[in-house]
Design a protein around this ligand. Sequence first.
Ligand code: ACO
Length: 337
Amino acid sequence: MEPLFEQLKQRAISAPMRIVLPESTEPRTLRAADRIIADGIARVILIGDYYAITNSAAELGLTNIGKATVVDPNNAELVEKYAQLFYELRKNKGVTVEDARVKVKDPLYLGCLMIKNGDADGQVAGAMNSTGNVLRAAFQVLKTAPGVDVVSGAFLMMLPEGSPYGENGIMVFADCAVVPEPDAQQLAQIAVMTAKTAHDLAGIEPRVAMLSFSTKGSASHERVNKVVEATALARQMSPTLSIDGELQADAAIVPSVGASKAPGSSIAGTANVLVFPSLEVGNIAYKLVQRIAGAGAVGPVLQGLAAPVNDLSRGCNVEDIYKTIIITCNQAIAAGR
Ligand code: ACO
């Protein structure tokens, strides 16, 4: 595992968090859970039928799953307790107690309700469920952290050895997962939150580039104006943040291009956090860097939620789930849970 993950793993072991895995019989999830328990990284909570889970674990030859807490979504007492909570949270949206009783049986919602109620610290899902379903449960139950109104998804890009870019071989990209068309205010929040993720999780001093197809007025278009406005708003939100924009990607990360296209910029040519103007660009860019440059892409790390929930790709492997749980534990520790 990369040195960064060894550090994050040790931090997680030092204060094991209660992590819900709602996709409890999914084989990759169970294998990752078994490793997490064996390594003492988290206290695992599996949502599902006890016998179905233990049978699946036995078929896979897993020996540690017996140490997980199993929460049965068909337990009537439990359903009632969390249904009342969901009803209270969503009654102003027209949700009835009957609707809530049905919703609570969905493990994605039950996990979030456990976190909301203080019975768990974080959740990891998405090996079987779409991003939209994982996110919607978290948005509706946990909502955003104080002072934040948009959740976004960052990727820690683990660059190939010897890469001249980033810091300690890492760059952080956002938003690559959630907000299709952020406005300037949302883009500014995404920049500030991504800088925090870069600092708290990747351990790097963030130098944030607000990317565009223009550098310092080389093109004029409403989309460029949005990035300029977002840069100014992010500076207001976080006056000490090292940030600049609008910058093209080469001006952001190549020192000679930064010096010629954006002379005087404090971060041009040396940016280690890249903020993309829309989800299309962010999602396409991280996948291209992953495939063409051979970078590892860890994420999406969801940022801005009141408590950590992270989404997996349905194509994920056991290692991806293991790392995502470690990240979620670290977010929970950073949030003081
Ligand atoms: N931050 C915070 N809250 C949000 C956000 C957000 N970014 N988006 C929606 N919400 C809240 C809404 O305010 C609403 O709250 P309320 O019900 O309490 O009023 C609730 O979530 C549901 O809002 P909707 O607008 O109904 O949400 P919708 O279901 O339409 O969409 C979603 C939300 C699923 C996240 C949507 O934005 C989406 O599909 N985004 C793209 C996800 C995706 O497919 N990403 C690419 C794949 S991921 C990858 O490749 C790594």
